[in-house]
Structures are given as structure tokens and as C-alpha cells.
Design a protein around this ligand. Structure first.
Ligand SMILES: [Fe+2]
Length: 597
């Protein structure tokens, strides 16, 4: 039984393939076409999934599409009359879906008649719920999806038991917790699609002194819905306007906040204005209100379902600070968030919704790691090195057995060097989790600036995250609940904050990845080797990229390595070290002064 899930014509386009109940591959289109949050039909992701499963389009038994034009039709029609332009845009997207079979056939240069499998439509939030519950380790759980908007709903709650997933209620347009966060993100001067996580980082620098005002903007109803005070927003009258740039591949969202919001909170920050204390405090208040609302909602969910385990999905499930608070302050004892909790995850969710919800087949898969993207053999890596690293006077290449490689890599990190770590299959979801990562020494407070200056070029308020040996979590953090996909932020123990200053955020928290020997053995070995050398089984882990989607192919990793000021790169069994005279950028023959050795 082969099921292909396709999230198309929408930001975070992706594909996933499930064969006999097992996920074989899942990937976002952006990793292939190199356009962040890419939309459109994810042709390259589909091609990769089919190749990984060793099948063609003609072999697929079911296509799963996470969008259902018939869902909430009454609400849609009511708003269509009030917002004709928005309705027209929706109708245009829906029309694309009806032609998906033809577009697939054209992209793969096959006869449309050869694609015989049915195309199933799964409602957006049902696909989100399925993406979390069906791949979770739980036999039964409460399930919650929270995002901006999808099929005219912004949240849905359900219960899962065995292979049954039962939705019980939804928050419908125009009320939306995701829209609230995006509107305030825009108000604070961050207009790029996907900028919400920046504001979450900003919030830690402020104090929630405007919380009372924010309580007027957003609230949780006792009836398991969220409520917005619509005076502060515009999307309910004009529709959340979405335009596209980069040949229709990158979404741009129109202004969501009203003049009234500016009247209440003061003038909006423009993108080129400096970030001031007022903005930090507004971000902190906005984040605190979100946490209050989510904790109240999730506590009610626990009360209504009586469940001890929770599965979370939707873009809001990436708010790792709020997720940490849910563990602390609600009755749920375990929370599972799969690595692609946002809309990319819909392809996995839709596929499993067919497997279990439509076909009624029993569950037998748990997503324990994120390595569902493309992997490359040692030969392919060696060939890429051969082609890309032409100047062997500038870069030294050494082939090493695994143990020596891990030891050498740990020594590089301990010496204060910035190390690229490229291993195995690319991660599914927006976080690098030890397969396409840049790792560094967490003990050095200056490492955040070093990474920013030399590679990442990010805003100073954005924290870097730690990867820690799972078994050491309790030594460094106040919570030991697993966080294998970097979807939770916990308090760093006060006495350990000076031990790992680089990934400890200004408020004493860190968005950690707990690394298990069983599910990520090589990365675990690297961190343990670093721990043996230094006494600290933690590394700083940031994604392997420089203002681009995370690198996927070996060539992209090599280009990033050569373009930036990374010291060393481990790819498969190869260790690449840059020689001092080869620093790019300023023409200097010297390595930067902060290099330790
Ligand atoms: Fe969504």
C-alpha cells in the first residue's frame, strides 16, 4: 500500500511517502529549489520521495491532499460575500487543486491516464492532527492543532485512540491564535513570512508590562475556542491578503493589524527602525498573553479528555517557550510535537490520515528521528569534494575511521572552532538536528557573536540552541522531558548557566535538543566525545546554512563552508580543515583573532 502525501500551492510545500504503514521519506520543496518556504507543486520533493521508495507515480495507490474545499462551506460562502477579493484568491487556489493530476503528469512527463490512484482531500486541521498523533508514541492522547488559518479554521482539538482520531471542535475564521501572533510580529516590524520565531526570541529581553492590554486582544473561551478582539485586526474585513514573489514561490502576507491597535499600543515599528526596550516589552507581553491563553486552553483540553498525553501540531506548536510552559503548568505529563509541526507536516498528516482514517489500517510507526530527507553515499560526498574543493592548498582533506573522526571533530569544537557537521539523511522540518548542523563550544560566551559574525549574520536577539546527551538533561535543565526535535524551551539550572553561556538565552532558558544514543547514534557519540574532553556533554547546534534553506546536497554544504568562515567540516568520513591563508571575505591572510588555536 503506497500513499503519497502532497502539500501544494501553499507555503512550505512538501511531499511524504508512506509504504505499508511506514514513513519512507518526507521533505520540503525548499531544500531542493533553494527558495525558503517555497510554495507551488513540490515536484522535486515528490520525485525524491518516489525514488527513495523505489516506485513511480503509477505505483501510488492513494494521493493525499491536505486541503478540502467542502470543509466549512457555509462559513466560506458567508465571508465570500463580504470579501470578494479574498474569495477570488481562494477560488483560484482551489482551482489549482482540481488540476493537480494534470500538473503532476506534465511535470513527470507521463500520460495522465497512467496515474490511476484516487486523490483524497483531507481537511487542513485534520491533516495537522494526524501529522502529530499517528506518528506519536502514544496509544491514546489528546490532540491539538493551532495555526493561522487553513480551510477556514485556525485550531482543532481531538482525541486519538489506537488508529482512530476523532475531532471534537474547532476555532473558525476570523478568530486565530496564529493570526494574532503574525499580526503583532508585523506590528513589531518583522514582515517576512515565517518571522514569528524572531519575536519569540525578542520577547525574552522584555518585561510583560502591557499584559493587561494584550488580555483584551486575545482570550481562550471555556468552550475550547480562541477569541480575538477584532477591533485590533483587519483580516476579518479584508481577508488575510497573500501575494507572491520570486515567480510565485514565496508568500507575502498583507497587513493584519488595525489602526486601532496602533492607537492602543503606539506606532508600529518600521522594519528599518532600531529595536528598542518598548518593542522588547511589547513582544514579552504578546508572548505572555499567548502562553496564558494556550495554558488555559490546554488545561481545559486535559479536563475534558482526561488524557495524560498531548500531541501538538500547527505553526503555533513551534512556540517552544509556550510548549515548555504547557509541560510545567497543565496536567499533561507528556507532549509530542513532530519536527515539521507547521504546514510542511501536512503531507505526512494527510498520508497517515488515509492509512488509518480512510483505510482503517492499524498503526505501526513512530517518528523517533527527523532523518527523512535525502542522504548521500561516501562516494557521492567524495566526488563533490573533488569537484568543489579545487584548491588543496587552502583546504586539507583527511579520511578517517568513525572513532578517529568523532574524536577529531570533538577536539575542533573544544578548541573553539566552528565545525560543519554533515551526516546521513537531511532533517525533516525547520531545525537542524545533527545531520545538517553547525556545531560549536557552548562554554564560550562569545560563541554567539562568533557564529553571527562568521556564518549566520542573524539579529543579536535570536538565541542559539544546545544539543545535549539525553541522559544529561537533568544536570543542566530543570525539566527532563525529551525534546528530540528542539520544540521545547526549558530553564537552564541557575548553577549551570555559566557552564553553557553560549546557548543560554537572556531569560535563562534554552531551546534544547535532547540527543538519544538509540535514534541519533553518531551525533550522540560526537557530543559524548566533546563531554569526555571538556566535562560538558553539550554543544551549540545551529542549522547548516547562511540565509538560505538548510543545505541538502554535499555541494551546498561545501559551498557554504567555502563561502563563510567555518573552520572545519565533517562530511561522512571526511574531515576538511581550512588552512589559515584561505579565509574568504576580507582578503586577510590571518584567521580571526578569536580563533583559539
Ligand atoms: Fe496550518
Amino acid at each position: 500500500m503506497i500513499i503519497l502525501g502532497i502539500n501544494a500551492y501553499h507555503a512550505n510545500a512538501s511531499a511524504a511517502i508512506v509504504v505499508d504503514g511506514q514513513l519512507i521519506a518526507a521533505a520540503e520543496e525548499e531544500r531542493f529549489n533553494r527558495v525558503k518556504y517555497a510554495a507551488g507543486l513540490p515536484v522535486q520533493a515528490i520525485r525524491y520521495c518516489l525514488a527513495e521508495a523505489g516506485v513511480s507515480l503509477a505505483h501510488v495507490d492513494h494521493f493525499a491532499i491536505p486541503r478540502n474545499p467542502w470543509a466549512r462551506l457555509g462559513t466560506k460562502l458567508r465571508f465570500a460575500i463580504r470579501m470578494p477579493r479574498f474569495a477570488l484568491e481562494r477560488a483560484r487556489v482551489m482551482a489549482k487543486f482540481s488540476g493537480i493530476k494534470g500538473e503532476l503528469a506534465a511535470a513527470f512527463e507521463v500520460d495522465p491516464e497512467s496515474i490511476r490512484a484516487p486523490f483524497h482531500r483531507i481537511e487542513h486541521h485534520v491533516a495537522h492532527l494526524a501529522s502529530a498523533y499517528f506518528v506519536s508514541p502514544f496509544d491514546r492522547a489528546a490532540v491539538l492543532s493551532v495555526d493561522g488559518l487553513g480551510d477556514f479554521a485556525s485550531a482543532m482539538w481531538a482525541t486519538g485512540e489506537g488508529s482512530a482520531l476523532r475531532p471534537h471542535g474547532a476555532t473558525t475564521f476570523p478568530h486565530s491564535l496564529g493570526m494574532y501572533y503574525t499580526a503583532l510580529t508585523q506590528y513589531l516590524g518583522f514582515w517576512k513570512f515565517g518571522d514569528e520565531y524572531k519575536v519569540m526570541g525578542l520577547a525574552a529581553y522584555g518585561s510583560p508590562r502591557h499584559l493587561d492590554e494584550f488580555r483584551k486582544i486575545v482570550s481562550a473561551n471555556g468552550n475550547m475556542t480562541f477569541r480575538l478582539n477584532l477591533e485590533y485586526f483587519t483580516h476579518q474585513t479584508q481577508g488575510p491578503e497573500m501575494t507572491w514573489r520570486d515567480a510565485g514561490t514565496t508568500p507575502v502576507l498583507g497587513k493584519l493589524f488595525s489602526d486601532y491597535l496602533e492607537k492602543r499600543l503606539g506606532p508600529a515599528r518600521s522594519a528599518d527602525q532600531p529595536v528598542e526596550q518598548r518593542h522588547y516589552d511589547l513582544a514579552a507581553s504578546m508572548q505572555a498573553a499567548l502562553e496564558e491563553v494556550l495554558v488555559a486552553h490546554v488545561s481545559e483540553l486535559a479536563k475534558r479528555t482526561g488524557e495524560k498525553s498531548l500531541c501538538l501540531a500547527g505553526g503555533v506548536a513551534f512556540n517552544c517557550v509556550a510548549n515548555g510552559k504547557m509541560l510545567e503548568r497543565t496536567p499533561f505529563q507528556q507532549i509530542y510535537v513532530q519536527p515539521a509541526a507547521g504546514d510542511a507536516g501536512l503531507s505526512v498528516g494527510a498520508a497517515f490520515a488515509i492509512e488509518h482514517g480512510v483505510l482503517g489500517r492499524p498503526r505501526g510507526f513512530v517518528m523517533e528521528h527527523a532523518g527523512w530527507g535525502p542522504g548521500y553515499s561516501e562516494r557521492e560526498i567524495a566526488r563533490a569534494v573533488e569537484q568543489r574543493v579545487a584548491d588543496r592548498d587552502a583546504v586539507q582533506v583527511e579520511e578517517l575511521a568513525e572513532d578517529s573522526l568523532v574524536q577529531a571533530a570533538a577536539r575542533e569544537i573544544a578548541a573553539g572552532h566552528v565545525l560543519g557537521w554533515y551526516q546521513g539523511r537531511a532533517e525533516w522540518g525547520p531545525r537542524a538536528l545533527g545531520n545538517r548542523s553547525i556545531v560549536a563550544d557552548p562554554r564560550r560566551a562569545e560563541m554567539k557573536d562568533v557564529l553571527n559574525e562568521r556564518i549566520k549574520h542573524r539579529e543579536m536577539f535570536r538565541p542559539f540552541a544546545p544539543s545535549i546527551l539525553e541522559e544529561a538533561t537533568g544536570e543542566y535543565f530543570e525539566c527532563t522531558h525529551p525534546s528530540p526535535f528542539m520544540t521545547f524551551a526549558y530553564n537552564v539550572r541557575p548553577e549551570q548557566r555559566s557552564a553553557i553561556p553560549a546557548p543560554t538565552h537572556v531569560d535563562g532558558t534554552a531551546r534544547l535538543q535532547t540527543v538519544s544514543r538509540r535514534t541519533n547514534p553518531l551525533y550522540w557519540k560526537l557530543i559524548r566525545a566533546f563531554g569526555d574532553l571538556t566535562g560538558v556533554p553539550v554543544v551549540v547546534n545551529t542549522s547548516f546554512n547562511d540565509n538560505e534553506p538548510i543545505v541538502c546536497r554535499p555541494e551546498e554544504a561545501l559551498d557554504c563552508f567555502l563561502r563563510t568562515r567555518m573552520d572545519a567540516l565533517v562530511m561522512g568520513n571526511l574531515m576538511l580543515r581550512r588552512k589559515a591563508a584561505s579565509w574568504p571575505g576580507d582578503g586577510s591572510a590571518q584567521a580571526p583573532a578569536h580563533r583559539v588555536s
